[in-house]
Design a protein around this ligand. Structure first.
Ligand code: MN
Length: 392
């Protein structure tokens, strides 16, 4: 037995305890938690076979009562002596995609991002926001099969794009490959078809939170998106962080969302506060280029989940919905390079070079922290990806 010494102010201290799936050489992937710079095996720590699974789905399916119970047992177990065989250094393990992604939906919940993109994609329109934007959380259905864990290389997508001034498209590798710094929410327990989830019940269904990079090929997107929305410009890859921060760990990060006017329809009313004071950071080739504030997001995750199901659509364990690009009001708070460089017309200097969109070999890392209970801060780990050349 061993006593793990982790400082109270560690980003992965007792107030965080995120869940992930790890493996060590020669052993199958299992569920663990991160405590300081250790990964602790939950099956061995809690003597519970639910955590011998290679994904969080069986645990998530057990529901809120079990999530709360396990979190409380975990906190007390880690405050005492821990079996040696349950403990690994985080540097000795491989981290895997922590859950089986069921359906994946991407929203568009930042007013700053939606306004910036409106100005860039529809420069002749007097209003940057579409008339529906303040009445419902706009979203589209994405591709769950291409959600990958941090550290997975991203192959530059090829597709159709319409060169400036041309009347017919060409095919080739994307020349405007971009990121979207987002926060992803995981449904632990879903709803049956025909039984929507009220915004006031979101706590019973949302298991946890990850960082999410919605890699986006702007040239493919700009040509394909009218009138049905994004498709191949985004479906090639999305990166999630390996640690799922439980919603319960974010109690101290709850803040009111910005004022919503006009007032929302009754099914989107929620018990406040449902905003989250998560501070994101976008690192491009080793340099921090943006610090998007999640607290500025207009629509809350409770409203996104209520909207997702209000037509009677079912959700399932492992459903993932992402917030849309997190952008704040200032330039250095923009979560996508198309905004940061204003469509490529205002390059930024990264590691001494003038840059607009992603080049082969570039690496982007998203990180984030949030207030934890008792004045601590909690960490989300990172969502990292490097661009490889196109295959054709
Ligand atoms: Mn997105």
């Amino acid at each position: 037995m061993t006593r793990l010494s982790v400082p109270e102010d560690d980003l992965f201290g007792l107030t965080n305890l995120p869940y992930g799936v790890y493996s060590v050489p020669g052993r199958s992937p299992r569920v663990g938690t991160r405590f300081g710079d250790f990964v602790v095996d939950l099956c061995l720590l809690l003597d519970d076979p639910t955590f011998a699974a290679p994904s969080l789905n069986p645990f998530m399916a057990q529901g809120r009562g079990r999530w709360d119970d396990v979190r409380s047992r975990l906190r007390s177990a880690l405050s005492g002596d821990v079996p040696d065989e349950a403990v690994h250094a985080v540097s000795d393990v491989t981290l895997h995609l922590p859950f089986e992604v069921a359906d994946y939906v991407d929203f568009y919940a930042s007013e700053h991002h939606a306004s910036n993109l409106g100005r860039l994609f529809r420069p002749d329109s007097p209003e940057p926001l579409m008339p529906n934007w303040k009445h419902l959380p706009v979203g589209y259905h994405g591709r769950s099969a291409s959600v990958v864990v941090s550290g997975t290389d991203i192959v530059r997508p090829s597709g159709q794009r319409l060169p400036a001034g041309a009347t017919a498209p060409v095919f080739g590798p994307s020349t405007r490959l971009d990121i979207e710094a987002e926060v992803g929410f995981i449904v632990g327990r879903g709803n049956p078809m025909g039984s929507p989830i009220p915004a006031s019940s979101a706590d019973d269904h949302l298991f946890g939170v990850v960082l999410f990079n919605d890699w986006s090929a702007r040239d493919i997107q700009a040509w394909e998106y009218v009138p049905l929305g994004p498709n191949l410009g985004k479906s090639f890859a999305s990166t999630v962080s390996p640690w799922v921060v439980p919603l319960a760990a974010l109690d101290a990060a709850r803040v009111p969302v910005p004022p919503q006017a006009p007032s929302v329809l009754p099914y989107l009313e929620m018990s406040p506060p449902w905003g989250l004071d998560i501070s994101l950071e976008v690192e491009w080739n080793g340099e921090v280029v943006s610090r998007p504030p999640y607290a500025a997001m207009y629509w809350s995750p409770a409203q996104m989940l209520a909207h997702l199901t209000v037509n009677g659509a079912p959700t399932r364990t492992g459903d993932l919905f992402a917030s849309g690009t997190v952008s704040g009001p200032s330039r250095h708070e923009r979560g996508a390079f198309i905004e940061l460089t204003w469509g490529g017309s205002e390059p930024v200097t990264v590691a001494g070079r003038s840059r607009t969109f992603l080049e082969d070999g570039d690496e982007v890392v998203l990180r984030a922290t949030a207030p934890g209970v008792g004045g601590t801060r909690i960490g989300f780990g990172e969502a990292r990806g490097r661009i490889l050349p196109a295959v054709h």
